[in-house]
Design a protein around this ligand. Structure first.
Ligand code: FBP
Length: 268
């Protein structure tokens, strides 16, 4: 496992990854609440905030826009992704960028890979992840796993209450450790107890909470604080930042909660 405390995408051991791969994953509809967010330059400008340790984007956005921000914004290239347009048999996220290309051509300081544990295509994704993980070691960049348990294996298992079941989230997070990720990103399991379980099973691997759809500052900060308080290492967040009119205001607060250990009542 890479020592993430020395990595460009952490600060005091924690991270705030500004996720901006929504044009791929959900489509431009995610930009409707703040139409200027469809312009990658707008979001790269937001990523210059001190709280942001890196921006996570797909290859094309990295290639076209990161060069003018390379002095101010650390880059995490998302190596796989899938659109909302197709209707697959089960969840699969194809890889369209190599670690070599991400590091050598795009200047990535980290790479990211979505793993749909529980899907019929899990075996295929494990094989792809193996290559990503080994190539990342060669290039000495950390690998962040988007641990998103999904698909038939979960839907059809009566022991699981869907992909938001805390046991399922903890299992998918544990797979990050087992398969050699350096950091795992997972959904908030609904309670601090649930996140404690994530921490218990992921050992020394870094963990970050996935943002989810837009909520009030206070509700969002409460969940972030609940994770950090029990050992979480920050967030990978998209819509809760770029769908806001003044994202800097929330970033100021997140900075205090994630990197300075402040309580929500001290920042709202
Ligand atoms: P959000 O903070 O907007 O949820 O973004 C985090 C993220 O993982 C993105 O990287 C990705 O595009 C999206 O969530 C995937 O969301 P979904 O749960 O709909 O697949």
């Amino acid at each position: 496992m890479k020592d993430m405390d020395d990595s460009a995408i952490t600060r005091n051991g924690n991270s705030l990854i500004l996720a901006y791969d929504h044009g791929t994953e959900h489509g431009p509809v995610d930009f409707d609440p703040q139409p200027e967010s469809a312009d990658p330059r707008h979001v790269f400008e937001v990523a210059k905030h001190d709280a942001v340790t890196c921006i996570a984007v797909q290859k094309g956005i990295a290639e076209a826009y990161h060069p003018e921000y390379s002095d101010d914004v650390n880059l995490l290239v998302k190596l796989n992704g899938n659109s909302n347009l197709r209707k697959p048999e089960d969840y699969y996220s194809p890889k369209q960028c190599t670690v070599k290309y991400a590091v050598e051509e795009l200047g990535a300081k980290a790479v990211g890979y979505t793993m749909y544990a529980g899907s019929d295509y899990e075996d295929q994704m494990w094989k792809e992840f193996r290559k990503v993980q080994e190539e990342a070691r060669k290039y000495d960049v950390p690998v962040v796993m988007w641990a998103y348990p999904r698909g038939h294996g979960i839907e059809e298992n009566p022991d699981y209450d869907g992909d938001t079941d805390p046991d399922v989230i903890a299992y998918a997070a544990r797979l990050g450790l087992e398969l050699g990720a350096d950091m795992v990103k997972c959904k908030y399991p609904g309670s601090q107890e649930g996140w404690k379980e994530v921490e218990r099973v992921t050992g020394k691997m870094k963990t970050v909470m996935s943002g989810g759809s837009k909520r009030s500052d206070e509700d969002f900060l409460k969940d972030v604080h609940a994770t950090v308080e029990v050992g979480g290492n920050g967030i990978a967040v998209g819509r809760n930042i770029f769908q806001r009119e003044n994202p800097e205001e929330l970033l100021d607060k997140l900075e205090e909660v994630i990197f300075e250990g402040k309580d929500v009542s001290q920042v709202v």
